[in-house]
Design a protein around this ligand. Structure first.
Ligand code: HEC
Ligand code: HEC
Length: 249
């Protein structure tokens, strides 16, 4: 009889536990959904279910709104449509051994992720990210390298024929079309790209400008200019993403 009571208690306990877990996961599921910013939800509604599904996979690293929380993973929010499409094509083509080096960008962690993504999805995805706002406000951390960073970015180097970065990426790093926006990117990501260009690990700049320029930078200069770029602020407070979405409508 006692055994039966204990058995019943255990049985009930398990049911209670199961019920609590069930309620908790239900609450988690609904609160998880309502946490998405309404603005992001609205822009996700504008695109096909197929592209939306892809974006949700990308969110693991790039953030749902293209604001990444990992230092070596670039923000895609506010990046240019043409640049994003080009990178997606280059990354996708890296799994095709017949493609020439200057048309491929190898990103091991993204292997296979774009295999079934077609051009129209790419265009939608690129529009989606370009219209998101970069939410992080990063600052330059190095006072000692600040002058050097600014000199490299704005002035270049006439002795070794190195053009200023601002010549192509713009005074405020806003870029244009296939010229990437650099403003606000994480220093660690920029440093990695400059070394990748320098060491021919990133080969997809068809203009060949970036590998040539990166080869003319010393490790200290790479550190300084990356720190400078991370902290570029846009004094005119023009939101690039707004400009893009306005011109497209
Ligand atoms: C596992 C993490 C991860 C996932 C998932 C992922 N990415 Fe990436 N992505 C990265 C990293 C890391 C880089 C930068 C690699 C490097 O150092 O060059 C990158 C680079 C990119 C770039 C180039 C950006 C630039 O500024 O040059 C684009 C565009 C991009 N990813 C889009 C996507 C899309 C679209 C998806 C979903 C289909 C996706 N990524 C999924 C980690 C990821
Ligand atoms: C002659 C034009 C030109 C100049 C000058 C130039 N860049 Fe670039 N940069 C490019 C182009 C074009 C790309 C995109 C390459 C591609 O298609 O992948 C690029 C890409 C980059 C990227 C990768 C961005 C990303 O999101 O992955 C970084 C970082 C960068 N440049 C930094 C610099 C720095 C720092 C300087 C100055 C020392 C500089 N660039 C000068 C043309 C230029």
């Amino acid at each position: 009889m006692q055994c039966l009571t204990i058995f019943n208690m255990i049985k009930h306990r398990t049911i209670y536990l199961a019920l609590i877990i069930c309620i908790m996961s239900f609450l988690y599921a609904i609160t998880g959904k309502t946490e998405i910013d309404p603005k992001i939800q609205a822009s996700l509604k504008k695109i096909s279910t197929e592209s939306k599904k892809i974006i949700e996979e990308c969110a693991a690293c790039h953030g749902l709104d293209g604001n990444s929380s990992m230092r070596d993973t670039p923000d895609l929010a506010g990046q240019h449509i043409d640049y994003i499409i080009k990178q997606l094509q280059d990354i996708q083509q890296s799994s095709d051994p017949k493609m020439p080096n200057n048309r491929t960008r190898k990103i091991p962690v993204m292997t296979g992720m774009l295999n079934n993504v077609n051009k129209s999805n790419m265009i939608e995805i690129a529009h989606y990210y370009a219209n998101q706002t970069q939410s992080k406000r990063r600052v330059s951390g190095s006072k000692s390298l600040a002058k050097l960073g600014e000199a490299i970015y704005m002035g270049g180097n006439t002795t070794n024929n190195r053009p200023p970065c601002s010549g192509c990426h713009g005074f405020y790093g806003l870029g244009l079309s296939k010229m990437p926006r650099l403003q606000g990117l994480d220093k660690q990501y920029i440093i990695k790209q400059l070394y990748d260009f320098q060491k021919n690990m990133r080969t997809n700049d068809i203009t060949k400008a970036m590998p040539a320029i990166a080869k003319k930078l010393t490790p200290q200069e790479i550190e300084a200019v990356s720190d400078y770029i991370q902290g570029i602020q846009n004094p005119n407070k023009i939101d690039q993403a707004t400009i893009i979405s306005n011109t497209l409508k």
